[in-house]
Design a binder for this molecule. Structure first.
Ligand SMILES: [Zn+2]
Length: 330
């Protein structure tokens, strides 16, 4: 039996797991990233997380064939270069991270974008494993996307394809983290939803019961607090969530009109908590804004792998023999 490690490197946590060659998970480990300002420190934390998961899985280092790591950045997968990760430290740029990790962990090493890996896991082992031409959207604090056609992740010539979060859906709309205005993420991510609620309350004087469920809501609000307000028919929250869902539906219609997909998988914290509320509205707008019969038969499926998805995708992608061409081996 062969074994593979998958690592999900995030700005606040590092999550790792070990799979066997059939995709069964043997063990997991999660630690805080901590001290992300120091690059060396983060590399040490990745190493710590990896040795921790070996222990939790009762696997010896020698039994590991290769390691896959997902990062919050676009990635040159051919050279193992992290291109730009604004959420790591004060922003990591152009780092030969596969080479560095290979030298640290002494295993063939693969690296890709985190959402690509999450979507790949849903495609190979999760909610959309019976489909071939899929698009995945992960809606949480931000919005990420990934596109898979016939088993191949479509990354684009400069490794930025699939970033539906930065599709402009409103010219001159709210400012996005990427610096531009009117991106889908700026309207329909959790941050976009909360910013809109702030605007309704502070500029238009509308009233909301959100502070009852999230006293510090301007700074931090969970999707579950939004759900509670929606269930109590809070006008402001209903308005903000409906606006987000409509916009996501239109963005998906834009996708269908431009590339045509077989199915869409939706994941992330906002969908996990609010999927039942949002998905019917998303679907209505997807159908309405797709040209001709473009959306006919296209299903919106909820992601099923939750916290495992990203690390599992990285391990699973790395375990496929045809992908060994992407491994950094020194
Ligand atoms: Zn943007």
């Amino acid at each position: 039996m062969k074994y593979y490690a998958g690592i999900d490197l995030g700005g606040t946590k590092i999550y790792s797991l070990i799979i066997d060659e059939n995709g069964n998970i043997l063990g997991r480990n999660k630690i805080k990233t901590e001290g992300a300002d120091s690059f060396e420190n983060v590399i040490e934390r990745i190493k710590e997380c990896y040795y921790g998961v070996l222990k939790n899985s009762n696997i010896n280092e020698d039994q590991i064939e290769a390691i896959g790591m997902a990062v919050p950045s676009s990635v040159n997968v051919d050279k193992g270069i992290l291109i730009y990760a604004p959420n790591l430290g004060s922003g990591w740029r152009n780092i030969e991270l596969s080479k560095i990790m290979f030298e640290k962990l002494r295993k063939p090493f693969f690296m890709d974008n985190d959402v690509n890996m999450g979507v790949f896991a849903e495609y190979s082992l999760g909610a959309v494993k019976n489909y071939h031409h899929i698009y995945g959207l992960f809606i949480g604090t931000g919005i990420g996307g990934g596109y898979i056609k016939d088993g191949e992740i479509i990354r684009g010539v400069n490794y930025t394809a699939g970033e539906i979060g930065h599709m402009i859906v409103k010219i001159g709309g709210p400012r996005c983290n990427c610096g531009r205005k009117g991106c889908l993420e700026a309207i329909a991510s959790k941050i976009g939803i909360v910013n809109y609620i702030i605007k309704l309350v502070e500029k238009k004087g509308e009233k909301t019961i959100l502070p009852e469920f999230a006293p510090n809501w301007r700074k931090s609000v969970g999707a579950s607090a939004l759900n509670k307000c929606f269930q109590r028919n809070d006008r402001v929250v209903v308005k903000a969530l409906t606006r987000a869902a409509k916009t996501i539906g239109i963005a998906i219609a834009n996708l269908i009109n431009s590339i045509g997909v077989e199915t869409i998988v939706l994941g992330g914290g906002v969908i996990e908590e609010l999927g039942d509320v949002l998905i019917p509205i998303i679907k209505e707008y997807m159908v309405e804004y797709s040209i001709a019969d473009g959306a006919k038969g296209i299903q919106l499926l909820k992601a099923s792998l939750r916290d495992d998805a990203v690390a599992l995708g990285a391990a699973s992608f790395t375990s496929i023999p045809e992908n060994s061409k992407y491994l950094y081996k020194g």
